[in-house]
Design a protein. Structure first.
Length: 417
């Protein structure tokens, strides 16, 4: 069966490590998740249920068909070990403010003790990083079967009718467009594309564009004085429609942009604004520099340094934050750390973080209030949300988290937009 060829915007050495957006996207194909993102909904997968037994305790049940390739059963021990490993990792340190203890009960059940009440557990358990992993015996829809240069082949699980997948890393979106037009790609990468791709004259076919919960943040380094950090964060903004691939807004939770009055004075110092070489980052950095009166100097830096937070203290950075899991809490996981007391904060911020993390609903009011306080505490500001622009012969649903299932990307579409 002919493979579906999908363009990737990073090399295999980057996206095979699940520490950033494309890494989580690929990881979700190789390793079956505990719960699965299905558009904006969360459904059971390796686990069929997460039942709350009291304020701080949940009981989890494995699916009857939870198995590795080859038929051997995925056990409760496997799930418990994966969750413990995630909680202990540096990148997922916020989870230690949520999960206290996991106890295995037989081969199919686990009991999860929380450090603080959590009203909605299933979305958290949909995080791709906490699923059992065994590269020799995968559990997901695909496994890695070949690598050559910047191409990686994923073969479907035996017994399914999925097409093989070939991931093709390109040096630029322009190169991806050329490959697509020559029939060498089925899906051109659609997150962070050149401004030209948004032109009405640009040839598709394109999937309908969608706004994702992947936010663009301007972040101040710890070596900048609080006064200068807040002055620049308040003054710098992305004008409406300035960058086609970004919805200009000031929040993760709403699309409206507040009108920000010009600062009364510009800081006398100039600071580097670090950004990685992916479109439309250069255009965003230029807009922010102009809106901040030249106090920000766009400075290109390696993507790996941004991912690893290996930046000088005295500078600002342009960052993309993808949600860790569906729902509002996935977009502001720091609230869990603040609510637990592990990250010092004033009483109002901590109380709002408690309400935000433990609430039963996704009501926007406490989310907006909590977001404003936490972003001030962490010296950052939302500039906008990313819009997708996938050039594709195949229809698929892109979740608000930016995740899609490669197994679904097999239906031919004539969609143009």
């Amino acid at each position: 069966m002919r493979p579906v060829r999908i363009e990737m915007d990073t090399k295999p050495g980057v996206y095979l490590l699940p520490n950033e957006y494309t890494g989580l996207l690929v990881s979700s194909q190789l390793h079956r998740p505990l719960f699965r993102w299905n558009g904006a909904r969360v459904e059971g997968d390796l686990l069929t249920s997460a039942e709350r037994t009291d304020a701080l305790e949940w009981r989890l049940r494995l699916a009857d068909d939870a198995s590795w390739w080859g038929g051997e059963r995925v056990t409760a021990d496997d799930v418990g070990a994966a969750m413990i490993s995630a909680v202990r990792s540096h990148r997922l340190a916020w989870m230690s403010s949520v999960f206290a203890r996991i106890t295995v009960e037989g081969s199919s059940h686990l009991r999860l003790m929380m450090r603080q009440p959590v009203a909605q557990l299933a979305p958290i358990l949909a995080h791709p990083a906490i699923t059992p992993r065994n590269h020799a015996r995968p559990s997901g829809s695909f496994r890695v079967t070949g690598a050559a240069g910047h191409r990686l082949t994923l073969s479907p699980r035996p017994g399914t009718n999925h097409s093989p997948i070939e991931l093709v890393s390109t040096s630029s979106r322009e190169q991806g467009k050329a490959l697509f037009e020559r029939g060498e790609l089925d899906i051109g990468w659609g997150v962070g594309v050149p401004e030209a791709f948004w032109s009405d004259n640009e040839e598709g076919p394109f999937l309908p564009p969608s706004v994702m919960n992947v936010v663009v943040l301007l972040c101040a380094g710890p070596g900048i004085s609080a006064a200068h950090a807040q002055l620049i964060l308040r003054q710098a903004m992305l004008p409406r429609e300035a960058v086609k691939g970004v919805l200009s807004c000031g929040s993760r939770f709403r699309d409206l942009q507040d009108e920000i009055p010009p600062a009364a004075e510009a800081p006398s110092a100039r600071y580097p604004l670090y950004y990685s070489d992916f479109p439309p980052n250069a255009a965003i950095a230029d807009c922010l520099s102009r809106s901040a009166g030249g106090a920000l100097v766009p400075t290109l830096i390696a993507y790996e340094n941004l991912v690893d937070a290996a930046l000088p203290n005295k500078g600002f950075s342009l960052q993309l934050h993808a949600p860790s899991f569906p729902g509002r809490r996935g977009q502001l996981v720091e609230a869990a750390v603040i609510a637990s007391g592990r990250l010092p904060a004033d009483p109002e911020t901590r109380e709002l973080s408690h309400r935000f993390w433990q609430g039963d609903s996704d009501d926007a009011v406490p989310a907006l209030e909590t977001e404003a306080l936490i972003d001030t505490l962490l010296r950052r500001r939302v500039i906008g949300r990313m819009r997708s622009r996938f050039r594709s012969h195949h229809a698929f649903d892109l979740a608000p988290t930016g995740i899609f299932d490669f197994a679904d990307a097999i239906h031919t579409t004539g969609t143009r937009s």
